[in-house]
Ligand binder design. Structure first.
Ligand code: GTP
Length: 166
């Protein structure tokens, strides 16, 4: 089974870093902004079912927003990423959720990742608000750190499981 996942979120929240850490176990402090979308594959096994995930990284800067549909139109699932130290980046997650549900439909599996959890001391996004929001839209929520390799396996496993069950 081949499943397509699209990474969406504001610029600099860590989408490329999540992809590199999850697939290659690499991390760069000076990761450059993405200008052109690309993808990487990884095989996952959930509950005895094997799936090949194509994980698409997209450009988060606002000027690229209109390209979103090209990548998410035929996606099975989306990982919506925000940075826990940046309140605006969570507002953007809400926008993506609305857009996905409206254009792709209620069927697309969504997980939300609160990235940069290694910077907990600088947290701006209220935990309770996020968890309530995720629940209200039927999305799972995970805290992740691409830097310290936290939460990523769990997050992609959950998303793969949701997509397989669809
Ligand atoms: P765009 O390509 O602009 O959409 O950005 P992006 O969301 O792909 O973010 P990117 O992966 O380029 O990371 C932005 C910056 O955040 C880089 O300097 C990364 O090193 C840093 N970064 C990414 N993930 C983490 C993390 O978990 N913790 C910390 N402390 N820094 C991180």
């Amino acid at each position: 089974m081949r499943l397509k996942v699209v990474l969406l979120g504001e610029g600099r929240v860590g989408k490329t870093s999540i992809l590199f850490r999850y697939i290659r176990n690499e991390f760069q402090e000076k990761q450059q902004s993405t200008l052109q979308a690309s993808y990487m594959d990884k095989t996952v096994e959930v509950g005895g079912t094997k799936a090949s995930l194509s994980v698409w990284d997209t450009a988060g800067q606002e000027r690229f927003h209109a390209l979103g549909p090209i990548y998410y139109r035929d996606a099975d699932g989306a990982l919506l990423v925000y940075d826990i130290t940046d309140g605006d980046s969570f507002v953007k997650v809400k926008k993506w959720t609305k857009e996905l549900r409206k254009i792709v439909g209620p069927d697309i599996s969504i997980c939300i990742a609160g990235n940069k959890i290694d910077l907990e001391r600088n947290r701006q996004v209220n935990e309770k608000e996020v968890l309530e929001y995720a629940k209200s839209v039927g999305a799972s929520h995970f805290y992740t750190s691409a830097k310290q390799n936290l939460g990523l396996e769990e997050c992609f496993k959950e998303l793969a499981g949701k997509m397989i069950k669809r």
